[in-house]
Design a protein around this ligand. Structure first.
Ligand code: FAD
Length: 387
């Protein structure tokens, strides 16, 4: 049987998920190149929330969200811990009627799929679920016990392990330094050790690095880096037995991280034209920890003062900075590009953990069967050329 040779650049959740879905096709010959370790880039800095209803991804893409959630739950059933699931539940707070409508629609979708979900207007109940919350300007809150957050690095390694079982190859500590073109097509690549590899299809899954890998093939990848500044807080009051849920407000979100609380500005509240929020930077220069701006910590403490005063007196344990790769419309860039045989699976922004399974399933089908899907049509590179 003639095999299709596919080279994947990047072993974050994007490359790992794609490698796995491609490996379900017998005639796929897959190699992932990762310049560091699997799941150690943006994926390692992720909060990993995959909530059944929140504002991170519009209800229009409900099936993408559900597929991601159920894929990771399946991993957990097959091998406990393989997706790092912490089922804390989620509380999504509505401050406006528009948010209220979106949350209620999300709850209806979740219930139709067999999950629990309720819209709570009784403020004492909301305070029970999140002690320390200020319910003054709150219209209500959506709550489910069924979801929570996952571990992006564990998921990436689980995808890769499954791919390897199906015959796929992973090369870690192997940087791609050159893309080889023949006319208008990409035909292979070279790695830092000087080795050349020939491929029928190359997929760039390098997230925030895709600006740079794109340049290797003469492609201007239209992503911006938004600052994802995460802070780990030590709440002043310990409540034995209490489970801090994923907490979603329009401008920030929080979740438990052991005894502490992880808090971050939401990706949809980032302004790509504000140099404090977004720009073009080099992800290789990111420090392991720290590197955050005073602006963000002030912003988040201000939000807590207003909305969750019970957290405002927390100690700051640690922080980190990472870059999300965001296209102008905050939706990923998937599939074909102007360079023949050079595909993208990048621009996942703040939703890569949610979106990678459904996107990779569809992209693998496009690569192996030449069949597109409505999702791939909507998230195609060509939509950005029209703007
Ligand atoms: C603080 C924070 C919170 C987040 N919270 C959530 C959340 O709650 N839910 C959610 O769904 N998403 C969340 N995200 C977003 C999610 O983490 C990302 O969308 C996702 O991890 C992107 O994955 P990726 O594989 O595209 O990129 P990456 O994980 O960055 O992977 C790219 C890989 O490419 C490799 N690479 C780069 N250049 C080369 C080269 N030349 N050769 C070989 N390898 C190369 C890098 O080493 C890296 O490992 C969050 C992100 C951050 C930063």
């Amino acid at each position: 049987m003639e095999k299709k040779r596919i080279g994947i650049i990047g072993g974050g959740i994007s490359g790992a998920a794609l490698g796995y879905y491609l490996s379900l096709y017998e005639e796929a010959d897959i190699t992932i190149f990762e310049k560091n370790r699997i799941g150690c880039g943006t994926t390692a800095k992720s909060a990993g929330t995959v909530c059944l209803f929140d504002d991170s991804l519009s209800n229009r893409y409900w099936d993408v969200r559900l597929y991601g959630f159920e894929t990771y739950c399946r991993f957990e059933r097959e091998e406990k811990g393989s997706a790092g699931f912490d089922q804390t539940g989620t509380l999504v707070v509505a401050l406006s009627e528009q948010e209220e409508l979106r949350i209620k629609a999300g709850i209806a979708l979740a219930k139709a799929a067999g999950y629990s979900g309720e819209y709570i207007t009784d403020k004492s109940r909301i305070e029970e679920i999140l002690p320390g919350i200020n319910t003054e300007n709150v219209l209500g809150a959506g709550y489910t016990r069924d979801d929570g957050y996952f571990d992006g690095t564990m998921i990436s390694n689980t995808f890769v392990k499954k791919m390897q079982t199906n015959g796929g190859i992973v090369k870690t500590d192997m940087e791609v330094t050159e893309i080889i073109r023949k006319g208008d097509a990409a035909v292979g690549l070279k790695t830092a050790d000087g080795t050349r590899y020939d491929f029928d299809t190359i997929v760039d899954c390098t997230g925030p690095w895709s600006r740079f890998t794109g340049e290797l093939v003469g492609l201007d990848v239209p992503i911006w880096h938004t600052k994802a500044e995460a802070f780990f807080l030590c709440p002043p009051v310990k409540r034995p037995g209490y489970v801090f849920p994923v907490l979603k407000y329009p401008a920030f979100y929080a979740l438990r991280a052991g005894e502490n609380v992880f808090i971050c500005k939401s990706h949809l509240s980032m302004n790509l034209d504000d140099p404090m929020h977004a720009g073009q930077w080099d992800p290789d220069k990111l420090p392991q920890t720290g590197g955050t701006d005073d602006y963000f910590i002030e912003f988040l403490f201000d939000q807590m003062d207003t909305y969750v005063p019970g957290l405002a007196d927390s100690g700051l344990v640690s922080s980190w900075l990472s870059y999300r790769a965001e296209p102008r419309d905050f939706l990923p860039i998937i599939g074909e590009t102007p360079v023949k045989n050079y595909l993208l699976a990048t621009g996942y922004g703040g939703n890569g953990v949610i979106e990678a399974p459904a996107v990779s399933r569809d992209l693998a089908k496009l690569i192996m069967r030449g069949e597109s899907t409505p999702l791939l049509e909507e998230w195609a590179f060509k939509r950005l050329l029209k703007q």
